[in-house]
Design a protein around this ligand. Sequence first.
Ligand code: AKG
Ligand code: FE2
Length: 294
Amino acid sequence: MAMQSKQIAQPNLSGVDANTDPLSKILEILARDGGVIVHNMLTSDVVTRLKNELDPTTEATQVGPKTEHKTVNYFWGEKTKRFTRLAQRSQTFADEVLVHPILLGVSDALLKPHCASYWMNTGQMMIVMPSGNPQYMHRDSDDWPKMCSPTTEVCQVSCMFALSDFTVENGATRVAPGSHLWSDYKREATEDEITQAVMPAGSGMIYTGKVLHSAGANKTHNEPRYGLHMSYIYGWLTPEEAGCLGVTEERAKQLTPRQQQLLGYRCYDASDINGGRLWTVDYEDVPVGLGWTQ
Ligand SMILES: O=C(O)CCC(=O)C(=O)O
Ligand SMILES: [Fe+2]
């Protein structure tokens, strides 16, 4: 009789379908696992348009960090291309990703109870090139240490979109499901607690800022892994990306009020919840202060 190999329980990320599963199911899995794969979030036409519109920047972007910064560069990934300003560079990003109804639905449910409005944290291409090492496991909300502990509310909703198939070999995002619920955030995940967000292009792995994850290793010789990270935070938190500085006023005027608001072309008005009005120009809402006529 063949010897039975030792079975190690593998954690798994659940998968749902954007077209058939309700938001409540996504929220249920997010509460339990901290991450969920949602298939068919983007059609193949949208994926193609995104890649085409971003292609000139992808080509022009160097691999790895651009300047010296010990801690940032450790995080960046020596073989990873990163760039932002996606709403400036791609209409498809502005229309199909920034205001994706499922991401807004999840953000309405998890962020809105704690702020008057939420805005973009960053829209960022994360392209792991062949022979890229794995990134270290982290929680995205560690950007704001006071906001990332076992007892803090979720302050960040993120999605890693696959713009090419994500495979074990090409560096699909590694995730430790359930790590958002740990009582000790200093504890590191063991290998048997980590799974990978293996998914076809067009799927997205929605996760909160409290779950441990990282880019995987790209062990292929010639297959870049195209990831597009999109995230939202409370409107009173400082985002990673200076959204409105990455989008010119001229370009912003072509976008919808909702897109403008998410990018920081609107003030944060908390007067209805006993807060102040932040992010103003001449103490007015941004378009008024800037003298926009539309
Ligand atoms: O590229 C990935 O799969 C994840 C990268 C990541 O987690 C990050 O840069 O915050
Ligand atoms: Fe991350």
